[in-house]
Design a protein around this ligand. Structure first.
Ligand code: IMP
Ligand code: MG
Length: 177
């Protein structure tokens, strides 16, 4: 396979690391002792791994459980329909929940997650997204904690993929063809 595309760095690994320390302090100060952290797989796994360690440094040692939601399939266009591919094992009733995701794009995925957790009786649901693309929003949803606001271009790296690739890049970049 010939691939002539290159990646233009938009957010460096040093910028990401510095911002995550700030986020962790804000989250630790704002959230309750009984918080359950819920990273939304797959895109959030790199961010979540760094965020939980920053939270530990900030004094928050909270349990974690993953939920896998899918909306994109293999393409770059959201299908609009959200599927629960892997559900939580932890009960959320009465608890404070921090939903962690890579990017808040149209907002459908995180709106679905927040509604689901509220229906299951979570006491408080807050959303932390590393990236926020407000220009793309189709539903009324704002994250409680945002790493970086970004413009409307397709981004890869640091967990974000295009058709399954680029997740392992240490920075966030845009594909230039
Ligand atoms: P939403 O439901 O449209 O907000 O989309 C959420 C999901 O779409 C994210 O968790 C990502 O997995 C994926 N996504 C949205 N924008 C991008 C992007 O620019 N690059 C890679 N994945 C993206
Ligand atoms: Mg995702």
């Amino acid at each position: 396979m010939t691939d002539r595309s290159s990646i233009a760095i938009r957010i460096s690994s040093a910028e990401i690391a510095a911002r995550i320390e700030e986020l962790a302090h804000d989250i630790q100060a704002a959230m309750a002792e009984d918080t359950l952290m819920v990273p939304i797989l797959t895109g959030s796994f790199v961010f979540a791994a760094d965020l939980v360690r920053a939270l530990a440094r900030a004094g928050a040692d909270w349990p974690l459980d993953f939920m896998t939601l899918s909306s994109y399939g293999a393409g770059t266009q959201s299908s609009g329909k959200i599927d629960i591919v892997r559900d939580l094992r932890e009960p959320v009733s009465g608890r404070s929940v921090l939903v962690i995701d890579d990017i808040l794009d149209t907002g459908r995925t995180l709106l679905f997650a927040r509604n689901l957790l509220r229906e299951r009786g979570a006491r408080d649901v807050k959303i932390c997204a590393l990236l926020d693309k407000p220009a793309r929003r189709t539903v009324d949803l704002a994250a409680d904690f945002v790493g970086f606001a970004v413009t409307d271009e397709f981004l890869v790296g640091y967990g974000l993929d295009k058709a399954g690739r680029y997740r392992g890049l240490p920075y966030i970049g845009a594909i230039e063809s």
